[in-house]
Design a protein around this ligand. Structure first.
Ligand code: SIN
Length: 585
């Protein structure tokens, strides 16, 4: 029996659980719905820790703010970043009070590591490089003490909308029955979409379910073209790819090419390093490079999880370089929210990787994502508990809702630059339009498959479709993109969209229904990534266009899918500035 709730949290990573745990002592009935077990979230896989200003005379929240803006390549929301860095330290202390155990120095203070893009050491870790697992453990234990309902192995299929607000979700229960779960507030905390790619550090569950639901309901979603690739995933058949934490480079590990030469600043932001690696691999005709940690002292003591992982792959950290290649890791964008996690649709909230708060801009600073989940999960909880209902024009939503406008960070300055949103325009590659079929256009109008890209024989073979979509996105919309590569990916996703359409009648078998729903979600989000990646004719942050090698001022705007509120945007045509003021073309 599906319970009626005040708050339904969909997803059980750090952001959703931070929210649910904070509401546990309130009078609200809070439920958590997750498609696997509570602890099976992407959070569990996060190695790198939580970036927060917790000590060290040379550090300050201003410095953390500046580093975050610099990594975000001109698209961060300055206020959202301020909230993140200012409130982060208290959230870490609360997590410690809840029972999370972080690594400490001999003298008892928190051990702080340095990662790419950070001016100083400010990352707290647990178990060397098992931070996410420790955070998840502490939150799951706390949740069990206070939730009204925990719905494990339930799959949220779509949002329920009624009279202009979100009133719940349609979901499949563990037996495959279709149910409605009603709630006054629905919080999307479903994480990222690493499974769009054949090589990823994300678990099999990361299929962008919440963002796909929002796209289908035309709720504003932005910045999804900024898919961040982690530079140092172990080049190894295991999936998700074992990650070699950036903290290794923070402690002095070096990147080496096929000739053994260094070629990039190991502590540059992640987009810079991944791009340099992709270029070097293309130049040298290789599919991996090397991470040299042989000079690191106390590897096994400081990084026990990584030591076990590389030894399991037959590597000795004292003598062997580790084979590495970039892997899809994190998406900067998601459902546009205000500074308290409210989306443009009353009753719908989004937190964590599923949200676009504006803190990451075009490229997330390392170890800011667990922090984002903790900070904005807590803020959403406080806002809901205080009776807030509906969005206000702050954070990423300031660029979408009519109102006073948001500011975009430029480089390491805190200067603003007016409003920064525009609707994804009608785009095409090679003369083929990419229709917005996720929002109602007929999938039959998606680009036709070509002879070189045959469709699987069996339209409803979801494993084959998943695999094909992942390979198409890896080849076409990976670290480096071009019109031709994006067109190839669009062709395959178009074929997938038509196959999905043709087999719309869902299976009674719960596992087949779930597999089909996940592919549908991957294609929905992948299509949004492609449309924005085609439209954005520049290189900025995690979006690299071979044909447009640098950032361009006219593209310093957030590309928004779905409906912009206030009716200020024409139904079609070019990029349209939202609300008052104008930054885009
Ligand atoms: C890492 O440890 O390198 C991952 C940290 C992150 O993705 O923020």
């Amino acid at each position: 029996m599906a319970p009626d709730l005040d708050v339904l949290v969909v997803g059980s990573g750090v952001a959703g659980l931070s929210l649910a745990v904070r509401l546990a002592d309130s009078s609200l009935r809070v439920g958590v719905l997750t498609k696997a077990e509570l602890s099976q979230s992407t959070t569990r896989w996060a190695q790198g820790g939580v970036a927060a200003v917790l000590g060290g005379d040379e550090d300050s929240v201003d410095l953390h703010h500046a580093d975050t803006l610099a990594a975000g390549a001109g698209l961060c929301d300055v206020e959202a970043v301020r909230v993140l860095v200012a409130e982060g330290p208290d959230r870490v202390h609360e997590l410690v009070a809840l029972g999370a155990v972080f690594d400490i120095e001999a003298g008892g203070s928190l051990a702080l590591a340095r990662e790419g893009g950070h001016s100083t050491a400010r990352i707290v870790h647990a178990g060397g490089a098992a931070t996410g697992a420790e955070v998840e453990r502490a939150l799951v234990a706390a949740l069990h003490r206070g939730a009204a309902a925990v719905l494990e192995h339930w799959f949220a299929v779509d949002l329920v909308l009624d009279a202009g607000r979100c009133t719940g979700v349609v979901a499949r229960d563990p037996q495959g029955n279709v149910r409605q779960v009603a709630a006054r507030h629905v919080v999307v905390a479903t994480g990222g979409v690493g499974q769009l790619y054949a090589v990823t550090t994300n678990p099999a569950e990361a299929t962008g379910d919440g963002v796909a639901m929002a796209l289908r309901s035309r709720v504003p979603v932005a910045d999804v073209e900024f898919v961040q690739f982690h530079p140092t995933a172990l080049h190894h058949p295991a999936m998700p790819r074992p990650l070699l934490s950036e903290a290794l480079r923070g402690h002095g590990a070096l990147l080496r090419d096929a000739s053994g030469d260094r070629f990039v600043d190991e502590l540059a932001p992640r987009d810079v390093v991944s791009r340099a690696m992709a270029d070097r691999m293309a130049d040298q005709g290789v599919d991996h490079l090397w991470l040299d940690a042989t000079a690191l002292e106390g590897f096994d003591d400081r990084f026990p999880t990584l030591a076990a992982s590389v030894r399991a792959a037959g590597l000795d950290p004292a003598t062997d370089w580790f084979p590495i290649a970039p892997a899809a890791h994190h998406v900067s964008g998601g459902i546009c929210t205000d500074l308290d996690g409210a989306s443009a649709l009353p009753g719908l909230w989004a937190v964590g990787e599923a949200a676009c708060t504006g803190v990451h801009g075009a490229n997330r600073l390392a170890s800011n994502s667990l922090l984002e989940g903790m900070v904005f999960g807590a803020r959403a909880a406080e806002a809901i508990a205080a009776g807030r209902d509906g969005p206000v024009p702050t954070g990423a939503l300031a660029a979408v809702l009519p109102g006073e406008g948001s500011t975009a960070g430029e480089g390491s300055t805190a200067g603003g630059a007016g409003r920064i949103a525009g609707r994804v325009p009608a785009v095409g590659v090679d003369g083929v339009t990419l229709p917005d079929w996720a929002a109602g256009a007929d999938p039959a109008t998606a680009p036709p498959a070509r002879g070189s890209d045959p469709e699987p024989d069996e339209p409803a073979d979801w494993e084959k479709w998943r695999d094909r979509v992942q390979r198409a996105m890896t080849d076409g919309a990976g670290v480096v993109r071009s019109p031709a590569s994006l067109r190839r990916a669009a062709t395959t996703l178009g074929a997938a969209a038509r196959a999905l359409d043709a087999s719309a009648s869902a299976s009674d078998d719960p596992s087949v229904a779930r597999a089909a729903a996940e592919v549908r979600n991957l294609v929905t989000v992948g299509w949004a990534v492609l449309r924005a990646a085609v439209a954005r004719e520049e290189t900025r942050g995690a979006h690299t266009r071979r044909d447009h090698p640098g950032p361009e001022d006219r593209w310093r705007l957030r590309l928004v899918h779905g409906d912009l509120a206030g009716g200020s945007v024409p139904a079609s045509g070019g990029i349209s500035p939202a609300g008052k003021g104008k930054v885009g073309p």
